[in-house]
Design a binder for this molecule. Structure first.
Ligand SMILES: CC(C)(COP(=O)(O)OP(=O)(O)OC[C@H]1O[C@@H](n2cnc3c(N)ncnc32)[C@H](O)[C@@H]1OP(=O)(O)O)[C@@H](O)C(=O)NCCC(=O)NCCSC(=O)C[C@@H](O)CCCCCCCCCCCCC(=O)O
Ligand code: NAD
Length: 729
């Protein structure tokens, strides 16, 4: 924290309050020193009877300075020592928590003898999300205060809780609606002279459970299952176990050992990189020098969604949840009724999840959500999101209509997965207002919004789309226009490799397992089954890669002079569309079922296919599966960077973490490439490319080659090695 956001220690005598602290972003060494000095001064001053600690500008503290963890000079007073110093004070210390008390900030509050929180304050120990654990004795004090189950929940999830929840848990002593600092000082004056022993958490026992050991063992299994290879949650459980088994001081030593283990792990570096990358992508730049700092968004007071299929339903749901009135439009009454039912079901489920806020959604009110087949009702909306079939002619027809009907300043968005934004915009009289807003399925759940500008998209339109992302609580990432944009374009070579591996000898479940062990939520074949195999099939038909438009005599496993696998087409031709049809790369319990079982039918289809094409199956090891899938995806990422489709590797990483289930603790594909080392990525691509010269996706990108030739510079310097910045950015 900078000055204006720091912690203050104030001595509270009968008529005397004095501020001592200095503030910086995050609890820096300077803040620690100032607090220590303040406390010592207060302790030594007989006229001071109690101490109150508060933040500045309505924020208690966001915790330790995250950038400081990677600093080579971590020295000076330690936060843990400060928390102990607070707790051992002979004068009562009261924390006045406003805004946020997170991480080390909450640990400071736990060192205080009393805690008063403003009703809007939020508290949490989010260290786990940064690959760490609360390292200032928080894992030892919190279970002593609120019990093991609640403490473990907060520490292993990193969730933020409200002041009311904190009061219920006993984390704070009082919640106030008015002036928190005054309330804290009032409490401080009241408790002067009362014994402090019972208020010192380090002296309290951890409240026992009927079977603490069994509870912690179950918790460890649960987080292991949920965290999929991520270390921090499991070490958090170990730290809390130490609180239950060891005296306070030994528990603190254990906490420190575990903290150091995490701090030196690559996972902490990856997760902290992801934290800053998500913030960095909020700053965008586009052609002609337009950039976030110079562009203001237009207000978003109302929206329309066209098409209430898989995507449109989710998009309507997130708009309603963001309190933006919506007009939902379908092609005819039959589709409208189906869409309306689906939207209502989603909203009812969301309302249930939101519990007390449900009424605020008010989605039965036509002023908030209206269903129609009449385009005229779109006349006054600020924003339209088109989510009809992936068909260029249809999209152009719709955009032409929109450009005639909507008010001139309305933003016209398309949810296309891959089509050319410029061609869609060409159907309108206002291409500067046309932009891609690529939601991910399920749209009301997935955090990513890929925002694609076309050649004529105005800076205001980009700023407004970014504002939309914020309003929907999504991570907006601005990228340029190319087939598949960033996310899907990188996904194509990944899925392509996965299918080639099947041709050569693997099974779908083997490939999925390797990638799920790497940390993906689901492997490429489960993912294809979930999305529907017909989606890609239709797209390949549209591109003339399969179906009757393929010229006679085209070899089955070649298109346009490169290797092509007709395997996914064969599946579709036999009615295997994935979960929706009950069979795909896997078998499901029924059409629409979700439990994937390896399918002997697919195994014999693969055997027959290999036989037909004279392919001798071979054993393919995990390393080859991983390298071919991941390095092909990463290789495309380098090509994207070189073409200026994205402003930097962080953009690609944020897209993959938030839209494609890339394991966050591996930092995203480009961060992962940097971790593996670019020379190795290049060498392995060269190796696989030599083995498969007819696969362009394995041919190393010139930009990757250049970076290796330049000595494998750190990721943050990559873009400075582009021979010239692309005219797109
Ligand atoms: C606070 C937020 C909720 C605010 O969200 P909002 O959306 O309003 O704003 P932004 O997210 O955009 O943030 C604005 C701006 O601020 C930057 N920022 C925010 N928080 C921090 C922070 N904690 N540190 C640094 N910078 C921060 C943010 O990056 C933005 O700037 P930018 O330029 O990037 O746009 C939200 O920001 C949020 O959630 N923040 C993170 C909160 C958090 O995670 N806190 C926990 C921090 S970790 C911690 O506190 C650890 C403690 O447990 C203490 C550990 C003590 C360790 C002691 C043991 C030492 C052992 C070492 C042994 C070494 C051995 C050896 O090496 O020899
Ligand atoms: N399904 C996904 O996972 C996914 C993910 C991201 C983007 N997308 C893209 O989103 C768009 C929609 O995909 P989807 O999966 O929701 O498709 P879908 O087939 O589930 O739904 C499309 C809807 O559009 C409606 N529609 C068609 N013509 C219309 C018209 N003239 N007027 C109004 N409504 C019309 C249809 O009735 C249908 O309900 C596509 O461009 C697709 O590429 C899909």
């Amino acid at each position: 924290m900078r000055r204006g956001r720091g912690l203050h220690a104030a001595g509270a005598g009968p008529e005397r309050y004095q501020g001592y602290g200095r503030g910086l972003r995050g609890i820096s060494l300077a803040v620690l020193q100032a607090l220590e000095d303040g406390l010592e001064k207060a302790d030594a001053d007989p006229s001071v009877k109690a101490v109150m600690i508060c933040g500045e500008n309505g924020k208690f503290s966001a915790g330790a300075d995250i950038r400081g963890f990677s600093s080579p000079n971590r020295q000076g007073p330690s936060l843990a020592a400060l928390v102990s110093l607070i707790e051992s004070s002979k004068k009562p210390v009261v924390a006045a928590i406003e805004g946020i008390a997170l991480g080390g900030g909450l640990e400071v509050a736990l060192g205080c003898h009393y805690r008063v929180a403003h009703v809007k304050a939020r508290m949490g120990l989010p260290e786990v999300t940064l690959g760490l654990l609360p390292g200032a004795e928080g894992t030892q004090r919190l279970p002593r205060l609120i019990g093991v189950p609640a403490a473990l929940d907060m520490i292993t999830t990193g969730k933020h809780i409200s002041a009311h929840e904190a009061l219920k848990l006993g984390l704070v002593d009082e919640v106030v609606e008015a002036n928190t600092v005054e309330a804290a000082m009032h409490l401080a004056n009241q408790v002067i002279g009362q014994p402090l022993g019972p208020r010192r958490l380090s002296l309290r026992p951890v409240p026992p459970l009927p079977d603490t050991d069994g509870f912690l063992r179950a918790a460890r299994l649960r987080v292991r299952e949920r965290a999929r290879g991520c270390l921090a949650p499991e070490l958090c459980v170990q730290a809390v176990r130490a609180a239950t088994e060891l005296p306070f001081s030994a528990g603190v030593r254990r906490e420190r050992e575990l903290f150091v283990e995490l701090l030196s792990s690559g996972q902490a570096r990856a997760l902290q990189y992801a934290f800053f990358a998500e913030r960095a992508v909020r700053r965008w730049s586009a052609p002609g020098g337009a950039a976030s700092h110079g562009a203001a968004p237009r207000p978003l007071r109302s929206a329309a969604v066209i098409g209430l299929g898989t995507m449109g339903r989710g998009i309507v749901t997130c708009l309603v949840k963001a309190n933006i009135p919506v007009v939902a439009l379908e092609q005819n009454l039959e589709y409208l009724n189906v869409g309306r039912k689906a939207v209502m079901l989603l909203l009812e489920r969301e309302a249930k999840k939101m519990e007390q806020d449900a009424q605020a959604l008010d989605f039965h009110n036509p002023a908030r959500l209206q269903f129609t087949v009449d385009f005229d009702l779109l006349r006054d909306v600020d924003l339209v999101i088109e989510a009809v079939f992936e068909d260029m002619a249809l999209k152009k027809e719709i955009f032409h209509k929109l450009s005639r009907i909507c008010k001139p300043e309305a933003l016209l968005c398309t949810n296309t997965s891959a089509l050319d934004i410029d061609e869609i915009a060409s159907a309108t009289s206002r291409p500067e207002q046309v932009i891609g807003t690529h939601f991910f399925s399920p749209a009301h759940v997935m955090r990513l919004l890929e925002i694609i500008y076309g050649r004529h998209t105005s800076p205001t339109a980009i700023a407004t789309a970014m504002q939309l992302a914020r309003a929907l609580r999504k991570v907006g990432v601005v990228v340029g226009n190319c087939f598949g944009f960033v996310g899907n374009r990188m996904m194509f070579p990944y899925v392509e490799q996965a299918v080639f591996l099947l041709e050569e000898g693997s099974r779908p479940e083997e490939v999925d397992q390797v990638l799920e062990d790497f940390g993906f939520k689901i492997g490429p074949f489960r993912m294809s089954d979930l999305a529907g195999l017909d989606v890609g099939w239709r797209s390949r038909q549209g591109q003339g890669l399969t179906g009757p438009s393929v010229p006679a005599g085209t070899p089955a496993r070649q298109r346009l002079g490169r290797r092509y696998s007709p395997l996914p087409d064969l599946l579709c031709e036999s009615g295997r569309f994935g979960q929706k049809s009950g069979t795909g790369w896997y078998r499901y319990e029924r059409a629409g079922g979700r439990t994937a079982t390896p399918d002997p039918g697919v195994h014999s289809l693969l055997a027959q296919y290999r036989h037909t094409h004279g392919i001798r199956p071979r054993h393919i090891d995990q390393e080859e599966i991983l390298e071919r899938c991941l390095f092909a995806l990463i290789n495309e990422g380098f090509a994207i960077l070189a073409e200026g489709i994205a402003a930097g590797p962080e953009h690609l990483d944020v897209i993959y973490i938030n839209g494609y289930g890339w394991p966050r603790h591996r930092g995203g594909p480009m961060f992962y490439a940097a971790t593996v080392g670019l020379p190795r990525v290049l060498a392995r691509l060269q190796h696989h490319s030599q083995a498969h010269p007819d696969v362009p996706g394995l041919r190393p990108s010139a930009f990757l080659e250049k970076l290796v030739a330049m000595g494998n510079p750190p990721l943050k310097e990559w873009m400075s090695y582009l021979s010239q910045q692309s005219p797109r950015l």
